[in-house]
Write a protein that binds this ligand. Structure first.
Ligand SMILES: NC(=O)c1ccc[n+]([C@@H]2O[C@H](COP(=O)([O-])OP(=O)(O)OC[C@H]3O[C@@H](n4cnc5c(N)ncnc54)[C@H](O)[C@@H]3O)[C@@H](O)[C@H]2O)c1
Length: 317
């Protein structure tokens, strides 16, 4: 049994990860300030299975308390939105970049063994070559991407200088149950599903031909669990994705197909800071971590629809 801290553990990815760690028999603590996360995401695990600390990652006192006797940190806390970072770059920087630096410094002091960092595929920007490899040049296009990449560099730096083990997992467009469709910064899949379930047209920024490597939450959890124990991976970075790309128009078509509807999307202007295409080369994670994506986009959408119809939108069925 290991004692783990999940920062941002009340969020979408963090809550699934915390749940998986509890299932594996680990002792789990969560640090979250609920800026985008919700206590309801952990309701089924509180208070017996998870110790919850409500607080801000950028507060060193809070971090000291959260890191006491911790061996492994899964650092998920962030303000994870490109448009939000365009509107308010300083808040994004404070949480994603400064918060990560604070965490690493405190983790080192506390004698943490390994920090697994939720990095972002946004680090690649609009690089021409697909699929994107970890060795490709980075070209962050938004304040969010810059701040997440700064966090990556701090991780690598702390491994290099201080010997603190860090592993960076570059997630590609994660989706799954519990992802919040209501936020003004909601990700595309919960937004599209919510619109289609309500019989409304999903709104696409741009022509809909932009593509993403949509990655189901269970595969991201799998990657984190593998990264926690894999030998010889400290200081390294791995793409975590499905390995295929889907355009937004294909996404709408698949949701329609699963729902038996024929709802057409509406198009608005493209958004500044968004990348055009994204697809990962996942061979490094497969070789070094033993990672293998198990849920494709269609199956993932089916599970999301089951969740949103059962748990979130009963009135609109
Ligand atoms: N969802 C994706 O597609 C995706 C893709 C690439 C990377 N990521 C990264 O994965 C991580 C988790 O993302 P998510 O989709 O679960 O988002 P989320 O918003 O659901 O989770 C982030 C959590 O961090 C918490 N948080 C924010 N600021 C905090 C602070 N100052 N102190 C403590 N807690 C704070 C929020 O309350 C929330 O619970 C983030 O680091 C994000 O950058 C996500």
């Amino acid at each position: 049994m290991t004692t783990c801290l999940v920062t941002g553990g009340a969020g979408f990815i963090g809550s699934h990860l915390a749940e998986a760690l509890v299932k594996q028999g680990h002792r789990v603590r969560v640090l979250d300030d609920f800026s985008t996360g919700r206590q309801a995401n952990l309701a089924h695990l509180l208070p017996q299975h998870i110790e919850l600390i409500a607080g801000d990652l950028t507060d060193p006192k809070m971090l000291r308390a959260a890191l006491h006797n911790i061996e492994l940190v899964f650092h998920q806390a962030a303000l994870p939105s490109v448009p939000r970072s365009v509107e308010d770059p300083l808040s994004t920087h404070r949480v994603c970049a400064t918060g990560t630096l604070e965490l690493l410094a405190a983790a080192r002091q506390a004698g943490v063994r390994r920090v697994i960092y939720a990095a972002s595929s946004s680090a690649y920007g609009n690089s021409e070559r697909l699929p994107k490899r970890e060795s490709d040049p980075t070209n962050p296009l938004s304040p969010y991407a810059v701040a997440k990449l700064a966090g990556e560099h701090y991780c690598a730096c702390f491994s290099h200088i201080h010997g603190l083990e860090t592993v960076r997992l570059r997630y590609f467009n994660v989706f799954g149950p519990r992802q919040n469709p209501d936020s003004p910064y909601a990700a595309v899949i919960p937004r599209f599903i919510q619109a289609c379930l309500a019989g409304r047209s999903p709104v696409i920024h741009g022509d809909g031909q932009q593509s993403r490597d949509f990655t189901f939450i269970d595969d991201v959890v799998q990657a984190n669990l593998l990264a926690a124990s894999a030998p010889g991976v400290s200081g390294k970075v791995y793409n975590i994705a499905c390995g295929h790309r889907t355009t937004l128009l294909e996404l709408v078509a698949q949701i329609n197909d699963l729902l038996g509807t024929n709802i057409r999307p509406v198009h608005t202007d493209s958004r500044p800071g968004d990348v055009r295409h994204s697809q990962a080369d996942i061979r490094l994670a497969q070789t070094d971590l033993g990672y293998q994506p198990r849920v494709d986009v269609r199956e993932g959408l089916r599970r999301c629809l089951a969740f949103y119809t059962a748990d979130r939108l009963p009135a609109q069925k």
